[in-house]
Design a protein around this ligand. Sequence first.
Ligand code: SAH
Length: 277
Amino acid sequence: MTTPGAALSGGGASPPQEARLNRQREPLPTDVASLPALPAGYAHALDGALRALGIQLGSEARTAIDGHVRLLLAWNAAINLTAITDPAEVARRHVADSLSALEVIRSGAHATILDIGSGGGFPGLPLAAALADSRVLLVDATAKKVAFLDAARRATGLAGRVDVAAARAESIGLRGPRGGWDVVTARAVGSLADLVELAMPVLGPGGRLVAWKRGDIAVELEAARRAAAALGSGEPEILPVAGSVDLPGHVLVIVRKVAATPAGFPRDPAVRRRRPW
Ligand code: SAH
């Protein structure tokens, strides 16, 4: 795997620029202890948001989550992982938003979780930290993001239960655990219909897709209903997020697999674009 630092190097630079590029070529940090501590505003924001969501985290989970955020902020200066750079906002809009699904995921089978399009690790890493009885696979199509996810799972002590894969979600079906995944999560990735099409083939019987959405999803939901009917899933269920003081308009959409998925799904992305639901 190429290191993300190396990917930033360029040729033919003038001396001052070269000096800058040489600095960027230094490997990105992999050890949380070497990074600056998070400001008090982060802990304050996260404590408040978790209280609003009714979530209590053990100290091990909290340490892992904070470590992920520290690494994210450090790497974000070199590779674009998130547009949110204020630690308090990362706490509210990334960490708390990820954990808003904790109770619903806990309420059913969750031994294996597949997070599609993890990006900077949301929602997969905070969920993995909080769900000590889950194995989690973080998948992203972008190699640089997967390099970050790999560093983050190691730095947070979650490597024993968290794996990463550089792949398009369409190709994950073959690698699913026997019988299929218990839960597929996805935040800020694809339309609901696309997610139903990607998730149903890899879920086990009774498994659930949990999708993070916000705003008006009426049109998206119509298409997702058509996809769900064709792919062997039940009616999508909409759960408003309890901590909506911090996360206005956020909903979780839960789609349960209730029947076998017909062969031929997911369709190729080009076919999906030509023939949307
Ligand atoms: N889930 C994260 C990142 C969202 S950005 C968050 O909520 O913050 C969307 C991410 O999905 C990007 O990192 C992109 O590389 C990835 N992605 C998009 N389509 C994908 C696909 N078909 N398979 C795997 N990853 C995909």
